[in-house]
Write a protein that binds this ligand. Structure first.
Ligand code: MN
Ligand code: MN
Length: 325
């Protein structure tokens, strides 16, 4: 047998082949190269139009650690993903080149040093790999990600799926941690205050001041309980109205899902979304100008039967699929 990995290849519009997933008719899905959905590594294809990149960093957590193992958990759970997206009726890995960029190696000691490394790493990765879905890591990674997108697009709209607002203040003397990425980005003028939105917020707070500070930074909020009153289609309409044609960064903290769907995370909060609701809302962003995305806070040690990693893998697949229409 050949030791070369057989990939599915499709002729591209410029005459060069697009390298898709491993040919699962020749390689069982559990026996592939270990990349996201069996896609080629960026180093195998040179450059891509879209990709996934892991940031195994969790030194910004305030409660349960373990999201540094998120990228390997998500990749492992992604091998079930097949090439045809049924609801979108598309083949996202045959439309343009998609690659797995691998992981950014950043220090676990010193958040500011790690952020500098993420900024330079993500800048370089976006030049070669195009639009990226970041596999976290804790939610700190959204801040350097938005910073690099601001350099290219100017003020960014943030669509933020989370149980928590993540515009909190300094904690134990640290101004940068997984509860502050959007406060830092807003204070530095990186965000478009007319186009930012939280979805799925719930749970207890220290003080109601947290919510008024958040509104002052420009965030509109859809609470998890509004899924019962406004309903899914109404919320999708609100999202599209708020975001318009702005450049949007979509940040998905997997704890936006109910712990029934995502127990493997650092700060679980009951009363959240189902996987079906989250995937539907991401799919409904297809006509919008989504310039980057992340899925963060997957901590496999607390997971059961990989359900959290599986949900996160499908979140990433939805982003790659709307970019591949
Ligand atoms: Mn959260
Ligand atoms: Mn978060």
């Amino acid at each position: 047998m050949s030791l070369d990995i057989p990939y599915v290849r499709t002729p591209g519009p410029d005459g060069r082949d697009i390298t898709g997933q491993v040919d699962f008719s020749q390689v069982p899905r559990f026996a592939g190269p270990g990349t996201f959905a069996g896609l080629p590594r960026l180093s195998d294809v040179g450059e891509s139009a879209a990709g996934v990149i892991g940031i195994p960093f969790d030194s910004g957590v305030t409660y349960r650690p373990g999201a540094r193992f998120g990228p390997e958990g998500i990749r492992s759970a992604s091998h079930l993903i097949r090439p045809h997206h049924v609801e979108l009726d598309s083949f996202p890995f045959a439309k343009h080149q998609v690659a797995d960029v691998g992981n950014l190696a950043v220090t676990p000691f010193g958040i500011e040093h790690a952020i500098d490394a993420m900024v330079s790493g993500l800048t370089a990765a976006r030049e070669r790999a195009g639009k990226l879905v970041i596999l976290g890591g804790d939610h700190t990674v959204a801040y350097p990600s938005i910073k690099t997108l601001f350099d290219k697009h100017g003020p960014i709209s943030v669509l933020h799926f989370d149980a928590h607002i993540d515009t909190f203040g300094t904690y134990f003397g640290a101004s940068t941690h997984h509860g502050t990425p959007f406060r830092r980005a807003a204070e530095e003028g990186l965000l478009d205050p007319e186009g930012c939105m939280h979805i799925g917020i719930r749970g207890s707070l220290y003080d109601h001041q947290d919510l008024s500070d958040d509104r002052a930074l420009g965030f509109q909020t859809v609470h998890a309980s509004e899924f019962l009153t406004t309903g899914l289609h109404g919320i999708a309409d609100q999202m599209r109205a708020r975001l318009g044609d702005r450049p949007v960064y979509v940040s998905v903290d997997i704890d936006v899902l109910d712990p029934a769907f995502a127990p493997g995370t650092g700060t679980p909060e009951p009363g959240g979304l189902s996987s079906r609701e989250l995937l539907f809302l991401i799919r409904s962003l297809a006509p919008l100008n989504v310039v980057g995305a992340d899925v963060v806070e997957v901590a496999p040690s607390y997971d059961h039967a990989n359900v959290t990693s599986l949900a996160a893998a499908h979140v990433a697949y939805e982003f790659l699929s709307i970019w591949g229409l």
